[in-house]
Design a protein around this ligand. Structure first.
Ligand code: PRX
Length: 655
């Protein structure tokens, strides 16, 4: 790290918004009072920021908890809300998307009127392919405008999209297609990876062939790179043949507020990813409301940029549905932050005059490591608000972000939420909250979250220093964009989220947290078997099952160990079968490759230790806590419940 970055710019503990920011902010403190006075009336008001074809009369029906119904007798069309209504309001010429391709000379500007035409054409094309409301479409694409068009076209038709991150492997895609029984995959021929075109279509071919791919009728392919692709006649279709030829006239049909909008697969505590299901009215209400108030967007003047990928929930809510429902202008970037140079993000901010920048702590730490001189070469004065998401942001990175990106002036919104919550739940309001670096602060107006102990008793506010008592972060009241279930598995939905505090009827988020001295929330990270690698959610069980899938592995245990750069890093401990013992050295590389192939390169373990035994309790449970101690080089915690405490000598010897 550069010398000047090691000295923290300040040890200030709380940062209040400037008067100038507060005076122009969309959200004032009155929002908390309004929500407090009448929560359901408050949500009705937020829902009415949208255009409803049939107004709702009931706000919330919680009688079938934990499956909520919000605004159930209302009808609306999500794509109409995100596109058409802005054109009808006279804003068709406003830029919706400044698309910046990975190769530096690729870019495109798309206005709301153009977006409406593109979405209408795609909706007509999907209809011609036989898709009807309720069907599922897998979208496996890099960050190209057609990916957003495809999502909106599905939404327009009431077809559920299941976006699969283009960094996932063929086998991960296959499992998701099979679980959702998708009829169509939309993909590209290839994608740019640090200047080189790499195939994507090959992975789709592999995923849809054979068992599990039977539901697929067509593969719709956007030509992005021009590289050669295999082609199955009748099944495979070019986007430019099918979509470009379709009519720009398409009348959207309104759907019930509880009609499903999309599935998004995320890692749980077992090896099988869960298809998180979101529905129409509540999801769009909260996405739009949070985007407007947390990011303080002024559609006429702001240039907003969320650096996430549409393959994750942040891309769904804060690239597609939130910003577009609010009619803002945004930057969408196809590539990685360091390609072709580390200046890329700063150049984009400068060129497009980005005013609001929303990214992940891991990227802030990457920039920090590169040193502030890179940022200093660019004019970042257009920035007026910064956001963070995906993992706790360490105070040092928070302060660096504010100083270097934000000229020590811009508010930072540290936003806590999950795939399951659909949109932001805990976050500062930028014109109201005096923020503490590292804390997501308090639940947004209309949202309720509490930290409780094992028995469900609410913890007391803590102190900023000294012993901290931590507990479980729970959401004790339903919220509009909450998940409505796990695709095809209602039991798992109840078991996963609603069983820990079943008596109280609370949702357990899987995170540990503590209160600070002002009652603000400090999220400490997952306390289940879910790891957070650079903000990507990966389960220990998924990686373990990829490892034991290899013929040379007898047993595997995986833990997330603290990593300065990526938040957590994957550490695996494996016992090899006798037949594979000879080649332990080669096996490690082979196993890392196996995990990349089975899941994704992002799930490759940082370390794999070949060990003779794993630490187990008498009931046969692997003690991950102790493995984490080993991986992080700490003194071992309590080993009294182990069958054989001496196992650690052997593990350490192998490390
Ligand atoms: O552990 C929390 C962490 O990310 C988890 C949710 O992951 P995912 O569903 O992939 O969604 C990520 C983007 C919303 C949470 O359970 N997390 C997310 N944001 C924060 C966070 N932890 C601390 N602070 C945050 N701001």
């Amino acid at each position: 790290m550069a010398q000047n970055d090691t000295a923290a710019p300040s040890t200030q503990t709380s940062y209040a918004p400037s008067t100038a920011f507060a005076e122009q902010a969309n959200a004032t403190a009155a929002l908390y009072d309004e929500a407090e006075a009448d929560r359901l009336a408050f949500w009705a008001e937020q829902a009415n920021r949208l255009a409803w074809e049939t107004p709702f009369t009931e706000v919330l029906d919680w009688s079938e908890a934990p499956v909520a119904k919000w605004f159930a007798d209302g009808k609306l069309n999500v794509a109409y809300n995100c596109v058409d209504r802005h054109v009808e309001a006279g804003n068709g010429d406003r830029v919706a998307i400044h698309w910046v391709g990975e190769p530096v000379d690729h870019h495109r500007t798309i206005t709301y009127a153009e977006l409406k035409d593109e979405v209408s054409k795609a909706a007509n094309a999907l209809t011609d392919l036989g898709l009807v409301a309720g069907d599922r479409v897998a979208i496996y694409m890099p960050m190209v405008p057609e990916a957003i068009v495809a999502m909106l076209a599905c939404a327009r038709l009431g077809v559920l999209h299941s976006v699969v991150f283009a960094g996932f492997s063929a086998s991960a895609l296959k499992a998701r297609i099979a679980d959702a029984e998708a009829k169509l995959v939309i993909t590209t021929d290839g994608q740019y990876r640090r200047g080189k075109a790499a195939s994507l279509k090959d992975a789709v071919d592999e995923a849809v062939e054979g068992d599990g791919g039977q539901s697929i009728q067509h593969v719709l392919v956007v030509k992005r790179t021009g590289i050669d692709v295999g082609w199955t006649k009748g099944r495979d279709l070019w986007w430019h043949d099918v979509v470009d030829a379709a009519s720009t006239e398409h009348t959207p049909k309104a759907f019930d507020a509880e009609h499903p909008l999309f599935l998004l697969y995320t890692s749980g505590t077992t090896g099988k990813p869960k298809g998180i299901m979101h529905t129409t009215g509540g999801y769009l209400t909260q996405s739009s409301y949070t985007h407007f108030n947390v990011f303080d967007v002024k559609p006429e003047t702001d240039v907003y940029w969320c650096t996430a990928d549409i393959g994750w929930v942040t891309g769904h809510t804060y690239i597609v549905y939130g910003p577009l429902s609010n009619g803002v202008t945004q930057v969408v970037y196809e590539g990685t932050p360091t390609s072709p140079t580390e200046h890329r993000h700063f150049e984009i901010i400068e060129k497009y005059g980005v005013t609001i920048y929303y990214t992940a702590p891991t990227l802030v730490r990457t920039f920090m490591k590169l040193g502030r001189q890179i940022a200093a070469e660019h004019d970042l004065s257009s920035l007026r608000l910064l956001g963070s998401v995906g993992e706790p942001i360490n105070p040092e990175a928070w302060r660096w972000y504010r100083t270097v990106f934000g000229a020590d002036q811009t508010p930072i919104v540290d936003t806590w939420w999950q795939t399951e919550t659909g949109s932001i739940m805990i976050s500062p309001l930028p014109g109201v909250t005096a923020t503490k670096p590292g804390s997501a602060m308090t639940p947004l107006p209309g949202i309720s979250a509490v930290i409780v102990d094992d028995d469900g008793n609410r913890l007391e506010p803590g102190t900023d220093h000294g012993e901290q008592v931590s507990g479980y972060l729970v959401l004790d009241k339903p919220w509009p964009s909450m998940l409505r279930g796990i695709w095809g598995d209602p039991e798992r939905f109840k078991e996963t989220y609603w069983s820990r505090f079943a008596e109280q009827g609370w949702y357990f988020a899987g995170d540990g947290a503590r209160y600070g001295s002002d009652g603000e929330i400090w999220v400490l990270g997952r306390i289940d078997d879910v790891m957070n690698i650079s903000g990507h959610r990966i389960s220990t069980a998924e990686v373990e099952s990829a490892l034991v899938g290899h013929s040379g592995v007898a047993e595997a245990a995986v833990v997330g160990a603290t990593d300065e750069q990526t938040g957590q890093a994957i550490c695996a401990f494996v016992i090899l079968k006798a037949s594979a013992q000879g080649g332990a050295e080669n096996m490690v590389e082979e196993l890392r490759a196996e995990v990349a192939k089975e899941i994704s390169p992002i799930a490759k373990p940082r370390e794999i230790h070949v060990v003779p035994e794993l630490p187990k309790t008498r009931s046969g449970k692997i003690m991950r806590r102790l493995l984490r101690d080993v991986a992080e080089g700490r003194e071992l915690g309590d080993t009294s419940t182990l069958v054989d405490p001496s196992v650690f000598e052997a593990i350490r010897a192998g490390k």
